[in-house]
Design a binder for this molecule. Structure first.
Ligand SMILES: *Cc1c(COP(=O)(O)O)cnc(C)c1O
Length: 366
């Protein structure tokens, strides 16, 4: 392509490192000559029980109405989320392309060239992407050993250009919660917006969303991708102060939640049986994995566990598991995660057993 064409693109875009998703079943089946049916996918924290059968029915029922636009602001879904979260509809925004879309939307209205965002690593790698696309500069600070965030360190990193501080609880990939007192300390001592990513909060025993009532610079992000098992539909939402929800809606893509996603989301919220089953499966499974995997496993409040295979290398161990048809996530693409961490999604009891056996075999091979 001619140089001049590339000059059409904003300079900031060239600084964005490619997002590395978990591997798909199709990729692994063809790379290792395996039967796709036999592959266990525990690399992307998806729900091993699948979506709620009610959500599946809602998708089928929505299909004939696909010629009609859904409501521009996903009103019905926000009303159901209002009941689910206890917040008024005016505090809730829904986002079509998942919580990732919410992060995009927020950066779009907040970040300008030269602004800064703070990201305590290792953590979910997407935050820096929309910030950079808007001309922002990520400022990375390291988490403590054990992956807690030092509030003092966060506050020291704040400058006059800081616009957003990205926190994650339970944190991906480590599974630990952010203590409420630490969040208060950060929110109370900064002019910046604090974003708390609660993608995995259903699997934990407490959440931080209630604090949005107290602070006008706090946003909580949520998703239907994990506990609700709807990752393929790309549905997320945010709980935020009313002033911010108003400005967000001004610049957000209208109709971002598709009609099928909206209907499936409503059905998923109504199926508390499926939700509770999913939560219990993850809670029991993570304890099992923590106890049985013959390496260091960090305690987790999410639907995955973080395994440290040192002195082995995560890449090597992940490869060995792939050959056995088990997809897990090597964390070497996560900033500051080193080269010996592997994230394993909690599966069904049968899948968990196979994972444990595979880790045992790998350990005995060296
Ligand atoms: C999966 C995940 C998301 C993305 O959620 P989507 O709604 O699927 O975009 C956000 N944050 C964290 C920490 C995640 O692990």
């Amino acid at each position: 392509m001619s140089l001049s064409r590339r000059e059409l693109i904003k300079k900031e875009i060239f600084d964005i490192a490619e997002y590395v998703p978990g591997k798909s079943i199709e990729e692994i089946a063809s790379a290792y000559g395996l039967n796709p049916e036999s592959i266990i996918k525990l690399g992307s924290n998806e729900n091993p029980l699948g979506p709620s059968p009610k959500a599946v029915q809602a998708l089928v029922d929505a299909a004939p109405g696909a010629n009609i636009y859904p409501s521009a602001d996903a009103r019905e879904l926000r009303e159901a989320l209002s009941k689910y979260t206890g917040f008024p509809v005016s505090n809730i925004v829904a986002s079509g392309p998942g919580m990732d879309g919410l992060l995009d939307g927020l950066c779009r209205i907040i970040i300008e060239k030269g602004d800064e965002v703070i990201v305590p690593t290792p953590t979910f790698s997407y935050y820096e992407l929309p910030a950079r696309a808007c001309g922002g500069k990520p400022v990375f600070i390291r988490r403590n050993p054990g992956f807690s965030v030092d509030p003092e360190k966060v506050l020291e990193a704040v400058s006059s250009r800081t616009k957003i501080i990205f926190l994650c609880s339970p944190n991906n990939p480590s599974g630990n919660l952010l203590p409420e007192a630490d969040l208060r300390k950060i929110v109370e001592n900064t002019h910046a917006l604090v974003f708390v990513d609660e993608a995995y909060v259903e699997f934990a025993d407490r959440n931080l969303a209630g604090l949005v009532r107290e602070y006008d610079n706090l946003v909580v992000g949520r998703t239907f991708s994990k506990a609700f098992g709807l990752a393929g539909l790309r549905l997320g939402y945010g709980i935020m102060p009313e002033w911010l929800a108003k400005e967000y809606s001004r610049a957000a893509t209208p109709f971002s939640v598709s009609l099928p996603a909206l209907r499936a989301g409503l059905a998923a919220l109504s199926d508390t049986d499926h939700l509770n089953k999913s939560i219990n499966l993850a809670r029991e499974g993570r304890e099992y994995l923590k106890e049985k995997i013959p390496f260091t496993v960090y305690p987790s409040r999410a639907n995955f566990v973080l395994v440290d295979v040192a002195p082995l290398k995560a890449k090597k161990v992940t490869e060995s598991l792939l050959k056995k048809g088990i997809i897990v996530r090597s964390c070497d693409s996560f900033r500051e995660a080193g080269d010996s961490l592997i994230r394993v999604t909690v599966g069904t009891p049968e899948q968990n057993e196979k994972v444990v056996r595979a880790f045992e075999t790998v350990k005995n091979e060296v």
